[in-house]
Write a protein that binds this ligand. Structure first.
Ligand code: URA
Length: 245
């Protein structure tokens, strides 16, 4: 070892010793060692209203890990009638996640959310926002099709929602859009009508959430498109703000 290297090591050791002495004088007698990633607990969403401030030491799951855990899900009776599990599509690092209700017939056939007529309208809304499917993430509260597209039931939601929560904790988007009454009421634990919920920001575990009308509702009530566009303009503004700082 050359004299220069030895000198550098001695200097580093000297600086480390001084640092440790300073820490001891200021009352620090232990330095926590950051555990290896695999030893960390899974990242959970903080309690709603808890804000984003607290730094949590946790291991972020990937969407693939969550999908693997979901497996050939048999956690509720919807598994009996489904053709495919509809997990979600899009960018795992999306700043915007859109959450719908449950797959319909076409989604069940393809294993992908929002691929039917309502999905084509959703694509047009995203296009008007300057966004493509590859930039956002789209999923549903329920991952399997309810027979005849009936409303989801409590036992199904209880079985399925933990996976949605894990998807959202994995992506940790800047903004969530709840598409329709069912997604908004489920995510917010609030039975207020979608007409009253839509258009104002809510808090979903520290993530701003905008409830708006479901695209299928807009197909039946096109006059609601104006309100959805107002909501989406707010979403775009929020996304821009979050990118700036
Ligand atoms: N409606 C939804 O809520 N989700 C879909 O994936 C399709 C239609």
């Amino acid at each position: 070892m050359g004299n220069d290297v030895k000198q550098q090591i001695l200097e580093i050791l000297g600086q480390t010793k001084s640092l440790l002495e300073d820490l001891a004088l200021s009352g620090t007698h232990e330095i926590p060692v950051i555990p290896r990633a695999e030893a960390l607990p899974r990242c959970e969403l903080p309690p709603s209203g808890g804000g984003q401030g607290a730094a949590v030491l946790c291991q972020r799951e990937s969407l693939e890990e969550i999908l693997t855990d979901l497996g050939d899900c048999r956690r509720c009776p919807l598994c009996e009638g489904r053709k495919n599990i509809v997990f979600g599509v899009g960018n795992p690092q999306a700043r915007l996640v859109l959450v719908g209700e449950a797959p319909g017939r076409e989604e069940d056939e393809k294993g992908e959310p929002f691929v039917g007529e309502a999905g084509r309208l959703l694509d047009r809304i995203l296009h008007a926002m300057g966004l493509g499917r590859d930039q956002v993430y789209i999923c549903n509260v329920e991952k399997c099709r309810p027979p005849g597209n009936r409303d989801p039931r409590l036992e199904e939601i209880e079985a399925c929602e933990p996976f949605l929560i894990r998807q959202l904790a994995s992506i940790r988007p800047s903004v969530i859009v709840a598409l329709g009454k069912f997604a908004a009421q489920t995510l917010l634990r609030d039975q207020t009508s979608i007409t009253r919920l839509r258009g104002t920001w809510k808090d979903y575990h520290g993530i701003p959430l905008m409830p708006t009308y479901h695209p299928a509702y807009l197909l039946r009530n096109p006059s609601g498109k104006q309100e959805v566009w107002e909501d989406m303009k707010q979403v775009l503004k929020r996304l821009q703000q979050s990118e700036q700082g």
